[in-house]
Every structure is written in C-alpha cells, then in structure tokens.
Design a protein around this ligand. Structure first.
Ligand code: BG6
Length: 485
C-alpha cells in the first residue's frame, strides 16, 4: 500500500544517476499517478543552487520533443512538488537543516504521521556518513515509516562488503533498507518468474536433462569514456557480472518459491547461489578493448591509469551443484565497446538423440532483455513442400509486435514503486549479497593482483564482437553455433 504524507528525498540530486535515472523515474511514476497524491520530492546535494536552477537541472532529462501540451503540463506539475536543499554529506548540522525543510513540508500535511523515503544516488565514499546523518538528524519517530534506498557498489569483495553492510546496519534495519540492482526491475527479468512457473511446457524442460548450456550476455556499444577513473577501480566483473548478470542467473535457475512473498523468493535465490562454488581461473576469459575505426582504446582514456590491466570484457562460467543443474555451464559474458547494445539469456538445449534426424540445429530459448524485449524459441519444423526435410525456424514473441500498445516500464520506476510499497522481492537481501561476493571474490583478488601476478586481459578492437578467444571459450562448454548443426 502506498502511504500518504510521503516525502522522497534524493541525496546526490545534482549527480548523474539522479538526473538520468532517479528523477526521470519519479517523474514517470508521478505522471501515471503512481506516487502518493500529496508527495513531495526534495533534492539534496553539495552543489549550491537556487530553486530555479534545481528545477532546470532536475528536469533536464525529461524530454518533450513534440511539445505535447499534456506532457508539458505534467512536467510543470512535477516541478511544483520539487524543492532543493544544499548541504554537506559529512556535516550533521547540514542534515538538521534538511530536517527543518522536511518538517516545514510536513507541517502542511493533515496527519502527523509522515513518511520519508531516502534515495541515495551517491558515490560509495559517502554512504556511511550519509546513512548515519540521516538516521541521527532526519529520521521520523512519530509513527511514520523511514526507508533508505541504496545502490551498488556495495564493497569490492566479500570482506569490504561485509564491513560496509555492517556499518549501514548500525543505523538502518534490513526491513528499512532497499538495495537496488536495477536489473531486477527490468520487465523481462521480472518475466522470468512467470515464464518458468506459469508454463508446464517450460518448466518440464528446465534442467540438466534437456539443457546443454546457458549464456547470459551483456553487450554495450560504447566504452568507458569519461567514466574511466571510476571504472578502472572496479572493472567489468564488479560493474556487471557480480550483480546484474548473477541476479538474472539466480532468478533463472532458482527452485520455485513457495509464494510471491519477498522472503520466499529471496530464500530460493540464496539457496541457489550457495550451491555455486567460487569461480575457477580456468573458467574465466578477460579482455580489454583497443582503439579501432577511429574510436579510442581503453588505455587512451586520460582518466585511466597507464598500463592498466583492468578488464572491460569478461566471460565467466559458473557451475551449480544441485540435482537440477549439475554439469550445466552457466556462462556470464559482459563487455564494453562491443558491436551492439544487447542483453539476453540464451538457453541452448541438447542435441536430439541420433536416429531419424542428424545434424540439425539445437533448440534455443532466447529471452532478450533489451533492446526490443522478446522471447523466442528456435526450433526445427518441416520445410513446407512435398518432401520431409527439417529446417530451423522460430516461434517469436517480440513484445512490440505482440503487445502493440503496451508501455514497458523503466526498471527504476518499477523498483521505486516497490520500495514505496515496502515490497522487497526485487531488492537484494544482505545474505544474498554475501554469497554473491563469495562466488566472485577469489577471481577478483587474482585480477587485482592480490594472489600473485595480475592476469593480462586479451585485447579486442572497439566495436567488435569481443576477443577472438571468445568463440573457442564458449565451445569448450558445449555451446554449438547453429551452423555447426
Ligand atoms: C550500471 C553499470 O550498473 O549498468 C554501467 O555501472 C552500465 O556500466 C549500466 O552501463 C547498464 O544498465 P542498462 O540498464 O543500460 O543495461
């Protein structure tokens, strides 16, 4: 249930995440009347800005290219719920000042029970002081609810994540905390639960008896330009695999939860992740892009340290030791500066047993998460005509063709709405994060040079499909290209 008398406070309101994701998502919800009727949104950041300046910046990503009058009206209405307070992140008195501003807003509410949702669109260096200051200076105690929404990076390995979570826990309970992994808000990731458990036909084939290998792939067509300094500290594994792709894997592979209740779902995800041992070095391929076709290489970025061996591409194969999945490789792949923008799950089924058909393509179920959401099944059908010959074809559920008028929500819209309702299903629980780190920490320490010499990534040209070593890597795990039959 949505609560009336709610203020949403966006900390880091002048930063990129807030401008590009948080505020547009809040606007999307506001426009569709999904926010509480009397909601107010307060931005907080270090940058000194007056009200007008904040309105301008905060709405700079709300586009209205055709000057649609209805949209302009919504943007104006949205502006009327926004306000801004400038202040430091470490300084308690600045938070007293924020609190005064919130109390002033609340004095206009009918009921005394007011709710505050704090969204931290902030770099990790200030997570702890902000969490502490919010608790000590801005926490409502008069019966309303307080919630805090945080987003990665949650540490850099098991130990640092434990330390960070431990510190945040001193101020905010698990119930009050909503850890975002925005992939869990994506429509097609949410769809996995339905596809799997609302379809006997899918469910029956969802195991090692039918499936040969699974690939979860993330491709971006641009490099780390401008963000190189940040990226170099983390690398592609921490940026994408350990969180986004592992979350997709866990929903894809978990057992059926007893119910839709958040704890039931998260219990199953944790159980699944605990059955995955730490990734072995032999199961990893690392790459770094180099300049090609006039595009700069990773090392050409001035913000990247010279000679950095940080991977901008990684493939890692995970094994799940449980009766359903024993022996099935789950290959996670992610890369920057590749040939296209695409995120997909590709489940490749086993060969048909030899007999009447030889050398025919394997079935594949592909769930395209973005762009152009789709589910399609590659299967063999009889070539139409007066002879019996099988040919590969597809059963295709492309969303924009099948659900012509459907509006697919933005991930952040879905997640902010869940947080407002207090639904934790699509947020990462503390023990889930802990197992996720355990799976990746040993290879991350190896890559960071904490366990002997640092591995050197292979190179791949900007705009390519990835390193040339990728094809042999995936075939090692039994993946067959359609042309291989
Ligand atoms: C973020 C990563 O978590 O996800 C970025 O830090 C990446 O590097 C982004 O570009 C991808 O998100 P989306 O929703 O565009 O696939």
């Amino acid at each position: 249930e949505l609560k009336e008398n709610t203020i949403i406070i966006v900390l880091g309101a002048s930063g990129d995440l807030a401008k590009k994701k948080t505020l547009p998502a809040l606007f999307g919800l506001f426009r569709q009347s999904f926010l509480p009727r009397d909601v107010k949104i307060v931005g907080y950041a270090r940058t000194k800005m007056d009200h007008a300046e904040f309105l301008k910046r905060g709405t700079s990503y709300l586009k209205n290219p055709n000057d649609d009058p209805e949209l302009s009206k919504s943007i104006d209405d949205f502006k009327s719920v926004l306000s801004y307070v400038a202040g430091d992140y470490e300084d308690g008195s600045a938070f007293d000042n924020l609190n005064q501003h919130l109390e002033e807003i609340e004095s206009h509410y009918q009921s005394k029970e007011c709710n505050r949702i704090f969204y931290l669109a902030l770099p990790p260096s200030v997570f702890i002081p902000v969490a502490k200051n919010l608790k000590e200076h801005c926490y409502v105690t008069k019966g309303g609810i307080n919630r805090i929404i945080v987003e990665k990076p949650f540490g850099k390995d098991t130990e640092s994540a434990r330390e960070l979570l431990g510190s945040l826990k001193k101020y905010w309970t698990e119930d009050e905390t909503f850890r975002i992994d925005h992939y869990l808000g994506k429509e097609m990731v949410k769809n996995l639960l339905v596809l799997r458990f609302a379809n006997v036909a899918m469910n029956a084939a969802w195991d090692k008896n039918s499936i040969s290998n699974v690939q979860i792939t993330f491709k971006e067509p641009f490099g780390t330009e401008g963000r190189g300094g940040y990226f170099d500290e983390f690398g592609i594994i921490r940026d994408i695999l350990q969180n986004h792709l592992l979350q997709v894997l866990s929903v894809l592979a978990m057992e059926r939860p007893v119910s839709f209740a958040a704890e039931d779902i998260r219990d199953e995800k944790v159980k699944l992740l605990r059955a995955i041992p730490p990734i072995e070095r032999d199961d990893v391929l690392l790459g770094q892009y180099v300049s090609a076709n006039g595009k700069p290489g990773y090392l050409d970025d001035d913000t990247v340290p010279r000679n950095s061996v940080c991977p901008t591409f990684a493939a890692a194969t995970l094994w799940i030791h449980n009766p359903r999945w024993e022996g099935v490789p789950f290959i996670l792949k992610a890369g920057k500066a590749l040939n296209e923008a695409k995120v997909e799950v590709r489940i490749q089924f086993k060969d048909v047993t030899q007999g009447i058909f030889k050398d025919i393509a394997r079935n594949e179920l592909v769930i395209r998460i973005q762009p152009s959401e789709a589910v399609y099944l590659k299967l063999n059908a009889k070539t139409p005509g007066l002879y019996t010959r099988a040919m590969p074809t597809e059963m295709d559920l492309t969303y924009k063709r099948r659900f012509v008028d459907a509006q697919i929500p933005e991930a952040y819209e879905a997640l902010i709405l869940d947080a407002l309702k207090g639904d934790h299903s699509n947020f990462v629980r503390h023990d889930e994060l802990d197992v996720a780190w355990k799976i990746f920490t040993p290879i991350l320490h190896w890559i960071d040079g904490l366990a002997g010499p640092r591995p050197r990534p292979v190179t791949y040209p900007y705009g390519s499909r990835g390193p040339k070593e990728l094809d042999p890597f995936v075939s090692k795990y039994g993946f067959k290209r359609a042309s291989e039959g």
